[in-house]
Design a protein around this ligand. Structure first.
Ligand code: ADP
Ligand code: MG
Length: 675
C-alpha cells in the first residue's frame, strides 16, 4: 500500500495523514485564486482518473471540470467566502486516454479557508461519489412513478391493505395503506388511505376479514362479487397476496358493476314478468280466439239461417198445403187421392227432421271425437245444407270416389271444415259458378307426402273446388294464417281456413290449396286411411212426387225448383179450373215464355237455381210480354232482389207459407178477365 502523503507542505501529523490517505471520501486543497492543487488524497485521484495534478491549477489539470462550470463555482466561493454544497451533482469525467466521459454523481463541499487576516486563501474540497446510490434511486423513482402512474390511471379501483392485530386477535383488522383515484369512484369511499376496516364498516368487517384473511393465509388469489351494504354498490373484486407473506399485505382490485348488476336484475325481473305477460296475453289471445271462433261459427250459422228459413218454409208449405188439399178432398168426398198428400206431407216432415239433424250437428261444439267414417256418407248428408248455404246461383256437384277408404275423424268438425270450404267457395263466386266436392283414395309416396307435410302412406282426400276468383301466390301463402282475411270487416273472420288447417293437422292429415288467379281454387283435406270397418247406416229415403197436369181456360206458368211446392200450387190452380204449365228453373221457364202459348200469369219463386233468379226471369219475360202479370212467391229474405218491395206495375209478391185459399184469391184477382 502506498503511504505517500501527497503534499507539498509536509507538516501534517501522521494520524491525520493516515486518515487522509485512507478516507473513502475524496479530499483536496486548492490554494490561491487560481485553485492550484496543494493536496489530493487517493480517492480524489481515483475519481478524476489522474495522478499528475498537484501544483497545477484546476483549469489546467482538469479542463473538463472547468468546462462543466466547476471552476466558476470555485471562483465564486473564493471571492465571496461562502461555502458551496452540492448534492448529487453530475460530473462527467474525461479520463486521460480520452474517449467518452464517465458520468458520476457527487455530493461535495467547497469550504473556503481563510488566512490570519481573515482573507480567503484556499478552498477545501471534500465529497463522495454517490453515483451508484443516485442511479439506483433514480431507477427506483422511475419505477415508482411508473407504478404510481399506472396505479392512478387504471380504471379499476385498487388498494393495498395491510393486516394488523385488532381486538379480535391477530390479523383481525386491516388498514388501507394505498388506494388509487378510481378507488373512491368505485367504492364510493373518499380518503380511504389510513382508514381501518373495523372503524369504517364494523358490521361488515368480519366478512371482509374472512375473505382477505384467507388470501393472506393461503396465498390463493380470489375473485368474487359483493354488495357494499354501506354504499349500496355492487362490486366485482379480485384479491392477491403481496409477497412476502410477512408484509401482511393484500392487493385488491375491483370494479363497480352496480349499473351492470342493476341491468341484469332488471332483465331478470323483466324476464319473469315477460313470461307472465306472455302467459296473460296468450290467455287473452286464446279467449279472443275462442270468441272469434265462436263468432265465425255464428257467422256461418247466420249465413245458413237464410237458406234454412227458405228450406223450412218450403217444407212447411208442402205440409200445410198437403193438409189443406186433404181437407178439400175430404169435403169433396174424393178420399182415393188422400194417400198422395199424406205421403207428400210425410216426405216433407222427413226432410225437415233431416235438416234439423244437420243443424244440430253443426252447432255441436266438441273437442275432437274421431270415429270411423266414410267421407262420402258425410258429403251426401251435408249436400242439402251446402246447397242451401251457397244459394241458388251456384251449382253444386259431388264426385264421390267408388270404394272410398274409411277414415278416422271427428265427424262434426269435418262437417264444419267442409262447410267453411263451401262458404269460401261461395264467397269467391259472387256471380255464381260451380262448386265441386270430390273425394278420393290417395297413395302418397315419399315425395308426394313430403310436399304436403305428411308421412308417406294411404290417405283419403276431400277436395272442394270452385270456379271463382282464385288466389294469388301471396294470398295462398297466408290463407291458412289465423285472422288472415281479404274480406271486408264484419264479413271475414280469417278463421275458416285456419280451422280447416288446424283440424286436418290434428287429425293426422293436412290441408293444401291449389289455386289459379281468375280461374278458381281447389282446397283439399287429406286424412289418414282407417284400417277398421264401418257399420253401414240406412240411407235416407226421399219421397218423390210427380206433378199432375190438367187443362183450363187461363194458362198460368208456375216456376219453382221445389217439386212439392210446385205440385201443390199447380194442383190448387188446376182445381180452380186454370190451365197450368210448370218449370223448375228460369231457363226452362223462358223457353215456355218465348213460345206462342197464351200465358196469363207467371207465378215464380225468387230463389231459383241455374244462374237466374225469379226477378231476372220476370224482367226477361216482360221484354216479349210487357203486360204479363207476375206473382213472386218467396220464403227467403230476398228483399234486395225484389227491390225492397218497390215492385213495378203488374208485379206482386206473396210470402211463404200461405194458406191455399188466400193464394187462390190472389191468383183470381190477377188473372185478367178473358176479353
Ligand atoms: P275468411 O273467409 O273469413 O276471410 P278464411 O280463413 O276462410 O277466412 O279464408 C282466408 C282468405 O283466403 C279469404 O279471405 C280469401 O281471401 C282466401 N280464400 C279462401 N278460400 C278461397 C277460395 N275458395 N277462393 C279464393 N280465395 C279464397
Ligand atoms: Mg271463410
Amino acid at each position: 500500500m502506498a503511504m505517500t502523503v501527497t503534499s507539498n507542505t509536509g507538516n501534517i501529523g501522521p494520524i491525520l495523514t493516515q486518515l487522509f490517505e485512507q478516507a473513502p471520501t475524496f479530499i483536496a486543497l486548492l490554494r490561491g485564486p487560481d485553485h492550484r492543487f496543494e493536496l489530493a488524497n487517493p480517492s480524489y485521484l481515483n475519481l478524476v482518473g489522474r495522478h499528475d495534478i498537484l501544483g497545477r491549477t484546476v483549469a489546467e489539470a482538469l479542463p473538463d471540470a472547468a468546462a462543466q462550470g466547476f471552476v466558476n463555482i470555485l471562483d465564486d466561493v473564493y471571492r465571496t467566502g461562502t461555502p458551496y454544497k452540492a448534492l448529487g451533482a453530475l460530473f462527467v469525467i474525461q479520463t486521460e486516454e480520452g474517449g467518452p466521459g464517465r458520468e458520476c454523481y457527487l455530493d461535495f463541499l467547497y469550504q473556503p479557508i481563510r488566512d490570519e487576516n481573515g482573507d480567503v486563501c484556499a478552498i477545501f474540497v471534500e465529497g463522495s461519489d454517490v453515483t451508484e446510490r443516485t442511479l439506483s434511486e433514480r431507477a427506483r423513482r422511475e419505477s415508482e412513478d411508473l407504478y404510481k402512474g399506472l396505479f392512478d390511471a387504471i380504471d379499476e379501483g385498487f388498494c393495498i391493505i395491510e393486516f394488523m392485530d385488532g381486538p379480535h386477535g391477530r390479523d383481525s383488522d386491516y388498514v388501507h395503506i394505498q388506494a388509487n383515484d378510481a378507488y373512491a369512484r368505485h367504492a364510493g369511499i373518499p380518503n380511504v388511505v389510513g382508514q381501518k376496516l373495523r372503524e369504517m364498516v364494523p358490521d361488515e368487517a368480519d366478512a371482509w376479514i374472512a375473505r382477505y384473511g384467507a388470501v393472506l393465509k393461503t396465498g390463493e388469489p380470489i375473485r368474487f362479487q359483493q354488495e357494499l351494504v354501506a354504499t349500496g354498490r355492487y362490486l366485482e373484486l379480485a384479491a392477491v397476496r403481496i409477497e412476502p407473506r410477512e408484509r401482511r399485505q393484500v392487493a385488491v382490485l375491483f370494479q363497480d358493476i352496480t349499473a351492470r348488476r342493476r341491468a341484469e336484475l332488471a332483465l331478470e325481473k323483466l324476464n319473469v314478468t315477460l313470461e307472465q305477460q306472455v302467459e296473460e296475453r296468450t290467455a287473452e289471445l286464446m279467449v279472443a280466439e275462442e270468441a272469434l271462433r265462436q263468432a265465425q261459427k255464428m257467422e256461418a250459422v247466420g249465413q245458413l239461417t237464410g237458406g234454412l228459413a227458405h228450406d223450412f218454409n218450403n217444407i212447411l208449405a208442402g205440409i200445410s198445403g198437403s193438409l189443406e188439399m186433404m181437407n178439400t178432398r175430404l169435403a169433396q168426398g174424393r178420399v182415393g187421392d188422400l194417400s198422395r198428400y199424406i205421403n207428400g206431407a210425410m216426405g216433407a216432415t222427413k226432410r225437415a227432421s233431416a235438416l234439423t239433424q244437420r243443424l244440430l250437428a253443426f252447432s255441436r261444439r266438441q273437442t275432437l271425437d274421431p270415429k270411423p267414417l266414410n267421407i262420402n256418407t258425410l258429403v251426401d248428408s251435408m249436400l242439402d245444407l251446402v246447397i242451401r248455404s251457397v244459394g241458388p246461383e251456384i251449382k253444386v256437384e259431388t264426385v264421390g270416389a267408388a270404394g272410398l277408404w274409411p277414415t278416422f275423424v271427428d265427424t262434426s268438425q269435418l262437417e264444419n271444415a267442409l262447410l267453411n270450404l263451401c262458404i269460401n267457395a261461395r264467397d269467391a263466386m259472387p256471380n255464381g259458378g260451380k262448386l265441386t266436392i270430390e273425394t278420393g283414395n290417395r297413395w302418397m309416396d315419399e315425395r308426394a307426402a313430403r310436399m304436403r307435410g305428411l308421412e308417406p302412406g294411404q290417405y283419403v282426400s276431400l277436395c272442394v273446388s270452385d270456379t271463382g276468383t282464385g288466389m294469388s301466390q301471396d294470398i295462398i301463402e297466408r290463407a291458412f294464417d289465423p285472422f288472415f282475411t281479404t274480406k271486408p270487416i264484419g264479413q271475414g273472420t280469417g278463421l275458416g281456413l285456419s280451422m280447416v288447417y288446424g283440424f286436418a293437422g290434428q287429425s293426422g292429415g293436412a290441408a293444401r290449396i291449389y289455386s289459379e288467379l281468375g280461374k278458381g281454387t281447389m282446397i283439399c283435406i287429406y286424412l289418414p286411411r282407417y284400417s277398421g270397418s264401418i257399420d253401414a247406416a240406412d240411407p235416407e229415403a226421399e219421397a218423390s212426387i210427380d206433378a199432375p197436369r190438367a187443362d183450363g181456360d187461363e194458362t198460368i206458368l208456375v216456376v219453382d225448383d221445389e217439386p212439392l211446392v210446385r205440385m201443390l200450387a199447380v194442383e190448387e190452380l188446376q182445381d180452380l179450373g186454370y190451365s197450368v204449365i210448370e218449370a223448375e228453373d228460369a231457363p226452362s221457364a223462358l223457353r215456355l215464355l218465348n213460345s206462342s202459348r197464351q200465358i196469363s200469369l207467371l207465378i215464380t219463386d225468387v230463389g231459383l237455381p241455374g244462374g237466374m233468379n225469379g226477378r231476372q226471369l220476370a224482367d226477361a219475360a216482360r221484354t216479349n210480354r210487357p203486360d204479363l202479370e207476375v206473382l213472386f212467391i218467396t220464403g227467403y229474405a230476398e228483399n234486395a232482389v225484389l227491390n225492397h218491395g218497390h215492385l213495378e206495375h203488374g208485379m206482386h209478391v206473396m210470402t211463404k207459407p200461405f194458406q191455399l185459399d188466400v193464394f187462390a184469391q190472389r191468383v183470381k184477382s190477377l188473372i185478367k178477365p178473358q176479353g
